[in-house]
Design a protein around this ligand. Structure first.
Ligand code: 26Y
Length: 794
């Protein structure tokens, strides 16, 4: 390979400013500097990227492909700088041009090509795969509009389109030579043994590549995102007839396929465009994977030994039938053998048990769009039933195609994302399939990348840790346990406490400047940030806040522990109940923050437009992590891990990975409350469980009453009757039943926080014992138990 010498970062920035962007330092705007720095960093990433690609080819190593409809990658510049250890060099290079490092970083748009947990997990996984040196590609869609931007008008969520490509984007390489035709609709012909699909309509998928660099730049993998384009982008005949709209129509139509991210993460909408997006991603990815495999190895029967394809939830589940279609219809491999090759190549991760989030498609829609695939699905179903005569369920019940069932049958491993979730999979949605295939379900508890979620976002804490135990923790996070002896050193613990306090001051200053919201950094920073969902129970949090407010008003001179309740999160545009919860929190905040009797003890803020960048600000400054979902509903959670790692103890239920977090950090460093998943199922059977809970707890009754009578919405007293009615009625998520115990846990928090040293100890134990929650550990688990893939760096 040709070797170029690496210029200094300063020279490289200046070169790019001059020759890539045609600006001199006097005329460059902030965006030019951001782009020049990004290109300077990107050059170095490309060097690592080529090296990794060559090594993968030369060794003939097995490759991992992660198919996901979402990659919530956020900003990439700091990630690159931190992983290449260029922070100091970048700061001083920019300083030489009188540019502030943080201003330049803040100019980058936050790429929100995902909704929440599933998409952010995919992004952490890509970074860990590169850090570990496992040859891998992420495959996704290059949405022009990521998740909507949220603002509040009169306390209500308003959605605006997001345009991350509105500013120049430094990280992608367009690959016009990598294009595939993806068909839809049409009909199927049979000539003896040969079956052929003749699509009625075709669009082209074009590749855009983003290199993903790992720690110290030792390895880089590729995120390949597909963009839709027309095969014949321009209708000249229409143009010549003067019909300019019709002339441009083919291009506009083809582009809609990658135009927007679906903004829902738990209500399956059954929209045709969504199914088209899913096949578009999967079809393009499989063609690309098979092309690469053919170039290198040829014999398709060897596919499972050289290729592992992970399905991130059921969204790319069409990969099963599509792979069979290619192997059987196009390459002539017998059906049952094609099915075995496909299954040995594919594996599937389940991320939710909520019935409303399990994908299924009406057979009419599915058959119209993918007429050959629906035949193949029936054949898979029959073949599977023949091999397993005791099978009673089908993947084709109630005129629906059940994507969970299909994914399970077409995967050699199926995994849950926390120990509890995996066990529940075996006894609920996949009970029958699990009994037929008892070795198929495995657990891989989620993790988060410590490069972004500690080293980059919390430089003060990262600095203290490195000073204490060296930098070994950065790619071996369990080394954090070496901090434990330091916790007993009062001087060290003071410094740990000061890191948190400084982070809180920084956040307070930012909230003052950016939102005009002023808070005392000595309050408990109590944080709940995540998508808005009834099962996540932001309404439990605000009910407790209101009850607490009323209690302070009763006795304003008591020794209350001052608390800031911080919320952030988006509601799906069509999820009206969740939007009402946002509005209630904002309305309550307006009243409570303005109450002179209480506002030195209690404040509420709902920060708008939650995204990865905002999380990076909030997590390092949090004292308390709210993980209060109804037990059995949150598959894992990953925010819970970020908080624990950054020294915020959890107030939480025994749900998802909370269970494992508590096991690791110690019960004495975790504020547990609420019913277990089993108790939840029993309580739902109790008649009038909500009414009984309300009758038993006057604080809860009073909080509901003030909401109902319109204390927070005097102009429209009935505004929240939908919420109070729901809680006083069915209360499916058991807000009322868990309220009293949540209240108790919160008062324990108040008491514990009064002892600042004791609190710092608890926080420090959370940091020291969270090393297991690194996504490096998770990825090594997938490599060993699911993919049979090796690191090329070990
Ligand atoms: C079918 C469509 C409507 C849909 C789109 C997105 C369905 C689900 C989703 C996303 C689900 C999701 O984000 N699940 C979360 O995955 C995280 C990573 O495993 C978990 O930590 C988290 O508990 C789970 O809710």
């Amino acid at each position: 390979m040709l070797q170029l010498s690496t210029p200094s970062l300063r020279d490289s920035i200046l070169r790019h400013l001059t020759y890539s962007f045609g600006k001199d330092p006097e005329h460059a705007i902030l965006e030019d500097w951001r782009m020049a720095l990004s290109y300077a960093v990107r050059d170095r990433i490309v060097d690592a990227w080529f090296k990794a690609t060559h090594q993968t080819y030369e060794t003939g190593a097995k490759r991992v492909y992660y198919l996901s409809m979402e990659f919530l990658i956020g900003r990439l510049l700091e990630d690159g700088i931190v992983n290449l250890e260029l922070v100091e060099e970048a700061k001083s290079a920019l300083a030489e041009f009188s540019k502030d490092y943080n201003d330049v970083l803040a100019d980058e748009p936050d790429a929100a090509l995902g909704n929440g947990g599933l998409g952010r997990l995919a992004a952490c996984f890509l970074e860990s795969l590169s850090t570990i040196g496992c040859p891998a590609h992420g495959y996704g869609i290059r949405y022009e509009h990521g998740l909507f931007r949220q603002s509040f008008v009169g306390g209500r969520q308003v959605e605006q389109p997001e345009l991350w490509l509105g500013q120049r984007h430094a990280w992608e390489f367009e690959r016009p030579e990598v294009r595939y035709r993806i068909g839809f609709g049409g009909h199927v012909t049979n000539h003896g043994e040969t079956v052929r699909w003749h699509p009625a309509e075709e669009v082209e998928a074009e590749a855009f590549d983003t290199p993903v660099v790992g720690w110290k730049g030792r390895w880089a993998n590729t995120l390949r995102l597909w963009s839709g384009r027309a095969i014949h982008p321009f209708d000249l005949a229409a143009f010549n007839h003067g019909d300019y709209a019709a002339a441009a129509a083919p291009e506009a139509l083809a582009r809609t396929i990658s135009r927007v991210l679906y903004p829902d993460d738990t209500t399956e909408q059954g929209k045709e465009l969504r199914l088209k997006q899913e096949y578009f991603l999967t079809g393009a990815a499989l063609r690309d994977i098979l092309r690469r495999f053919n170039n290198q190895f040829g014999d398709l029967r060897k596919l499972p030994s050289k290729v592992a394809i992970q399905l991130n939830d059921t969204h790319p589940a069409i990969a099963g039938p599509e792979l069979i279609r290619i192997l059987h219809d196009e390459r002539g491999i017998p059906f049952d053998e094609s099915m075995d090759i496909a299954r040995n190549t594919l594996s599937y991760t389940n991320h939710t048990l909520l019935p409303e989030a399990l994908e299924s498609w009406g057979e009419a829609l599915f058959g119209r769009l993918l007429p050959r695939h629906i035949q193949i699905i029936d054949q898979i179903d029959n073949e599977h039933a023949n091999r397993n005569p005791s099978r009673t369920q089908s993947m084709r019940a109630d005129h629906q195609v059940k994507m969970g069932q299909l994914s399970f049958v077409m995967a050699h491993k199926v995994n849950g994302v926390s120990a509890l979730h995996t066990e529940l999979m075996k006894t609920t949605v996949f009970e029958e399939l699990h009994n037929l295939h008892p070795d198929r379900i495995v657990n891989q508890t989620n993790g988060v990348t410590p490069r972004r979620w500690l080293l980059a976002c919390n430089p003060r804490l990262a600095g203290l840790i490195t000073e204490s135990i060296g930098e070994v923790w950065v790619d071996d996070l369990e080394q954090l346990e070496k901090l434990e002896p330091y916790i007993e050193d009062a001087g060290w613990l003071d410094r740990y406490g000061k890191v948190k306090r400084d982070n809180k001051v920084e956040l307070s200053n930012w909230m003052g400047q950016a939102h005009g919201f002023h808070v005392d950094p000595d309050m408990i920073f109590d944080v709940q940030i995540k998508r808005l969902h009834e099962y996540k129970r932001q309404h439990l949090n605000i009910l407790e806040t209101i009850a607490h407010w009323l209690e302070i008003r009763d006795n304003p001179d008591a020794d209350w522990t001052p608390r800031l309740k911080l919320f952030a999160g988006k509601a799906a545009p069509g999820y009206f109940f969740a939007k009402d919860i946002i509005r209630l929190i904002n309305d309550a905040a307006a009243v409570i923050n303005a109450d002179p009797l209480t506002n030195k003890y209690l404040k509420i803020a709902f920060l708008p437009n939650y995204n990865v960048t905002l999380a990076e600000r909030l997590v390092p400054a949090a004292d308390l992590s709210e993980q209060i979902s109804t037990a059995g509903k949150e598959a894992s959670g990953t925010g819970n891990m970020k908080f624990a790692l950054n020294g915020a103890p959890t107030v939480g239920t025994l749900d998802g990975a909370n269970v494992e977090i508590r096991d690791h950090v110690g019960a004495e460093n975790f504020f547990l409350f609420g019913m277990t998943a089993e108790e939840v199922m029993e309580r739902r059977m109790v008649e009038s469980h909500a009414q009984k809970a309300i009758a038993a707890d006057p604080r809860l009754a009073r909080a509901l009453e003030v909401i109902r009578e319109g204390r927070f919405s005097p102009a429209e007293p009935e505004r929240y009757h939908n919420i109070t009615g729901n809680l006083e009625g069915a209360d499916y998520f058991l807000v009322c039943s868990d309220f009293s115990d949540y209240w108790r846990a919160q008062r324990e928090v108040d008491a514990a926080f009064k002892d600042q040293q004791g609190w710092a100890r608890m926080a420090a134990f959370n940091t020291a014992r969270s090393g297991w929650f690194s996504s490096d550990r998770t990825i090594r688990g997938y490599m060993k138990d699911i993919w049979d893939a090796k690191s090329l760096l070990d």
